[in-house]
Ligand binder design. Structure first.
Ligand code: DX5
Ligand code: ZN
Length: 216
């Protein structure tokens, strides 16, 4: 088994029985449950919030990796942790209170991270690196599953990996969007530690095999 961890996004699961989708992710051999929270304002799509995380939490022992695509995440991060989020990530361009939001997550005992859309520079997260457990590099524009991987992100992954190792930091690089069984190994070689995969896992004929292949 490779070193890559897989975080299937339940955005591609069955919303009519989301608990079962969460349980399946663990059964298929994945490492995290990726939960995409969208507010219809920061991104042009709406998904779900804290009560859903709370409702499905008991369906798996895997860590819940909650990706917030919402405005003013500092208002909600604490409650997401209370509802079962183990890792909470948000976009620095969604708030003027980045430090405050990161500190709330940490003070509640969860891991924290920042996420960057494809057009956002690494400069946006550099000031916070010392606080972060994870950086999410979006390889599609946040908002929808099933989009195509943007190849330019390769360089961003390589660049971030270099910064993390030069500074001796312990930060996971998660790549989110358009990951497939075909491109996963390449993205891993660029330096990704965790790959989010919604469509590639949930729409696979054999999801066990898809997870195995993505792990490399
Ligand atoms: C996009 C989400 C992603 C996405 C992944 O806004 O953050 O997690 O759902 O889905 P796929 O793997 O289908 O691109
Ligand atoms: Zn996501």
């Amino acid at each position: 088994m490779g070193n890559i961890k897989v975080a299937p996004s339940i955005l591609s699961g069955n919303f009519a029985s989301l608990g079962e989708s969460v349980a399946n992710v663990e059964k298929w051999g994945a490492d995290y449950i990726h939960v995409d929270v969208m507010d219809g304002t920061f991104v042009p799509n709406l998904t779900f919030g804290m009560p859903i995380v709370k409702a499905v939490k008991s369906y798996s022992k895997l860590p819940f990796d909650v990706h917030l695509m919402i405005m003013n995440p500092e208002k909600y991060v604490g409650e997401f942790v209370d509802c079962g989020a183990d890792i909470v990530t948000f976009h620095p361009d969604s708030t003027n209170c980045v430090t405050e939001a990161l500190d709330i997550i940490k003070s509640k005992g969860a891991k924290c991270g920042l996420a960057l859309n494809p057009d956002k520079s690494l400069d946006l997260i550099i000031p916070y690196l010392d606080k972060l457990d994870m950086v999410v590099l979006m390889s599609v524009y946040a908002g929808f599953g099933g989009q195509k991987y943007i190849p330019d992100i390769d360089n961003k992954i390589i660049q971030l990996k270099k910064i993390i190792s030069e500074r001796g930091l312990d930060i996971l690089i998660e790549v989110d969007g358009g990951v497939t069984t075909e491109n996963a190994a390449h993205i891993g070689l660029c330096g990704a530690d965790v790959l989010v995969a919604g469509t590639a896992v949930f729409s696979a004929g054999d999801p066990y095999e898809a997870v195995r292949v993505i792990k490399g």
